[in-house]
Ligand binder design. Structure first.
Ligand SMILES: Cc1cc2nc3c(=O)[nH]c(=O)nc-3n(C[C@H](O)[C@H](O)[C@H](O)COP(=O)(O)OP(=O)(O)OC[C@H]3O[C@@H](n4cnc5c(N)ncnc54)[C@H](O)[C@@H]3O)c2cc1C
Length: 388
């Protein structure tokens, strides 16, 4: 089977790996001129962890994972208002969790994947025919494939060509988020193995030790406006006055940090003919639900599995329909969790910040893991069945 995947991010690379493993011919086109190392630090568990295990990548991921001891909730004055011990968090997930930089996950996936990746290239247009999909790429090439996959993220152009402009399907949750990676050995030493979360009403700045003197800044603030033309300027303005620690971190913000709406994607369908959407393009769950990368890997695994069992039962078109039927309920479930946790992830009022900090701190108390463990395990529910 010949597949063109638009987008060499987490979903695209994972799908390419599985298709290549089953002998498929795969071309990836990626609009960035080169791999991008930026992005956030994530807790990687659930479907993504299970899929990575099946790909034999847990060892490589463990090597690049950050050794985080715990989380401290701080106010702008630097006072600790609660926290979470990572040992308790890991125990709740039976140790099946890693703290990973998005860029490191992408790097490990890319190294494992032997598909052709054309950087600085995108899909210029496509025509779906009964015997294949004709795809023209921006480098001037045109070829027929059995399947075209839109794994091109939350602002997917393949989705726009299939279903229309993104305003119809993108549901912003009322926040903007930014992230960047920088090096400051003295600050990294001061932070040690803990990550600091400084919260003020409607704003939150997370600072994670990423290893080797690197630190990852992960920012979220309430904002219902359009994306700014100058993201760095917006970051400096939005997070001003959040105390000394944040003041130390802001000057490191590059001119082009990762900066986007915190949003979900809801579509009437995930495929049309031989064109199918994957990952954030069809089912972004948002930062509020966590697990965007994990769901992207889960979706890629399920699509590859359905394509492998698809011969004689509707081919690629039938496989796309079965993939959507299996994945969509999982995505809807995580999206509902994301919408309901948004208020507690970035509280709008001081008293809500205090309540959130106390509840998270329960895991440090005897019996706390028992109390919070059930909800963590429901969050970690995986699309990969234990028997497969
Ligand atoms: C560099 C980067 C940093 C990120 N940082 C954060 C973060 O800090 N916080 C957060 O919540 N989420 C972040 N994300 C999004 C997060 O990675 C996704 O939610 C999650 O991994 C789902 O994976 P995905 O593969 O569906 O989408 P993504 O990981 O977003 O991958 C999509 C890929 O498609 C490429 N692409 C987009 N449009 C086109 C096009 N027209 N043609 C070809 N290629 C295209 C993109 O460059 C990207 O490589 C980031 C994404 C990227 C690309």
């Amino acid at each position: 089977m010949r597949t063109l995947i638009c987008g060499a991010g987490i979903a695209g690379l994972t799908l390419a790996w599985w298709l290549r493993r089953r002998g498929g011919e795969v071309v990836l086109v990626e609009k960035s001129p080169a791999p991008r190392p930026d992005g956030y630090m994530m807790d990687f568990f659930g479907s993504g962890y299970d899929v990575a295990e099946r790909m034999g990548l847990l060892g490589a991921l463990r090597e690049v994972s950050a050794d985080i001891g715990g989380l401290d909730f701080l106010d702008p004055a630097g006072r600790r208002g609660g926290g979470l011990a990572y040992t308790a968090f890991r125990r709740m997930l039976h140790g099946r969790v890693l703290s990973l930089m998005r860029g490191d996950l992408e790097r490990v996936l890319r190294a494992a994947c032997d598909a052709e990746i054309r950087y600085g290239t995108s899909v210029a247009g496509f025509t779906d025919r009964p015997d294949g999909v004709e795809v023209a790429t921006t480098d001037g090439a045109a070829r027929r494939f059995d399947l075209l996959v839109g794994a091109d993220g939350i602002h997917s152009t393949i989705r726009a060509q299939l279903f229309g402009p993104e305003e119809r399907f993108l549901r912003p949750l009322g926040f903007h988020t930014g992230s960047y990676l920088f090096e400051d050995r003295a600050l990294a030493d001061r932070l040690g193995r803990r990550f600091a979360m400084v919260a003020a009403p409607g704003r939150q700045a997370g600072l994670y030790p990423a290893g080797g003197g690197r630190l990852a800044a992960s920012l979220i603030h309430a904002d219902t406006g359009p994306l700014p033309a100058d993201p760095r300027g917006r970051v400096l303005e939005a997070y001003a006055g959040m105390g000394e620690l944040v003041d130390e971190v802001l000057p490191y913000c590059p001119v082009d940090p990762y900066y986007d709406h915190v949003a979900q994607v809801r579509l009437p369908g995930w495929h049309r003919g031989r064109v199918v959407l994957l990952g954030d393009a069809c089912g972004a769950v948002s930062l509020m639900a966590g697990q965007g990368s994990s769901m992207a890997m889960g979706g890629a695994y399920v699509l590859a599995e359905e394509l492998a069992s698809g011969e004689g039962s509707g081919g690629a078109v039938g496989a796309a329909a079965r993939y959507e039927r299996r994945m969509a309920p999982f995505v809807a479930d995580k999206q509902a969790i994301g919408r309901s946790t948004a208020r507690w992830m970035v509280p709008a009022r001081k008293w809500e910040i205090a309540v959130r900090n106390k509840v998270m701190g329960l895991s440090d108390l005897p019996g706390g893991p028992l109390l919070l463990g059930a909800s963590m395990r429901s969050l970690a529910r995986s699309v990969v069945s234990p028997s497969t």
